[in-house]
Design a protein around this ligand. Structure first.
Ligand code: DC
Length: 227
């Protein structure tokens, strides 16, 4: 029974630290990890590869449904993402892929097409699910729910550092503008908007070191889940 498999949802806006925190927490717990944003990014990228018209919702939903998305984990390194058999990890991290993801994510048929692809990640011994609507729509019955926030300026700075470290040259002001635009689009869309679940614990990560956030999240789980 799915209900017996514990799920910890970690939702929040871009740059709130979701990805980093979720991966570390999943590793500490020995649980599976779902990066749902990567599914939206992959579906957006696959739609661009196919030259689809972003106004054709039915075609976008079909492409999202048919896209083969696999995560390849190798030790503690960030997982590689294979889209239709092609390693697209680096392309998926760009702001262009983020913007395409955010655009298709506003389409109900696309969200529906990706629904089952997310639910199947719930496998023993447990799942850490990272995204925007993990606690509200995909796993409303999750055992533990967290919503991470951080100031927009700090989120832009984190993204800037992340991209710079990966050798991608970006402009901080431009990133801040893109982040604010993406926040607005994600929060204002009619379906599954970015918002905390009523039963989520809110954690502001502005000026809080990663390890401290990890401790606060892990402290929400009873002792027997922690190793
Ligand atoms: O977390 P991310 O930056 O990789 O997500 C990329 C986009 O995908 C984000 O702007 C909104 C969308 N998304 C979503 O709508 N629902 C999710 N559960 C995850 C991501």
């Amino acid at each position: 029974m799915d209900a017996d498999i514990p799920v910890l949802t970690i939702d929040g806006p871009s740059g709130s630290g979701k990805g980093t925190i979720s991966r570390i927490v999943a590793g500490r717990l020995g649980w599976h990890y779902l990066d749902s944003g990567a599914l939206y990014r992959a579906a957006g990228l696959a739609s661009s590869w196919s030259g689809l018209d972003f106004a054709d919702h039915a075609a976008l939903a079909r492409r999202a449904h048919d896209t083969d998305i696999r995560f390849r984990t190798d030790g503690d390194a960030e997982p590689r993402v294979l889209v239709d058999g092609v390693d697209a990890t680096d392309d998926l991290r760009t702001e262009t892929a983020g913007a395409a993801a955010s655009a298709i994510a506003a389409i109900p048929e696309v969200r529906q097409a990706l629904f089952d692809k997310q639910r199947v990640f719930r496998r023993p011994p447990g799942l850490v699910a990272d995204g925007r609507d993990m606690g509200t729509v995909i796993f409303p019955d999750a055992t533990f729910k967290v919503f991470l926030t951080a100031s927009a300026v700090q989120r832009a700075e984190r993204r800037y550092k992340q991209l710079n470290d990966k050798g991608v040259s970006v402009n901080l002001d431009g990133l801040l503008r893109e982040i604010l635009a993406r926040d607005a689009r994600d929060a204002e869309r009619a379906v599954a908007p970015l918002k905390p679940a009523d039963d989520a614990v809110l954690i502001d990560t502005t000026d809080v070191p990663v390890e401290r956030v990890v401790e606060r999240v892990l402290a929400l789980l009873p002792e027997h889940f922690r190793r």
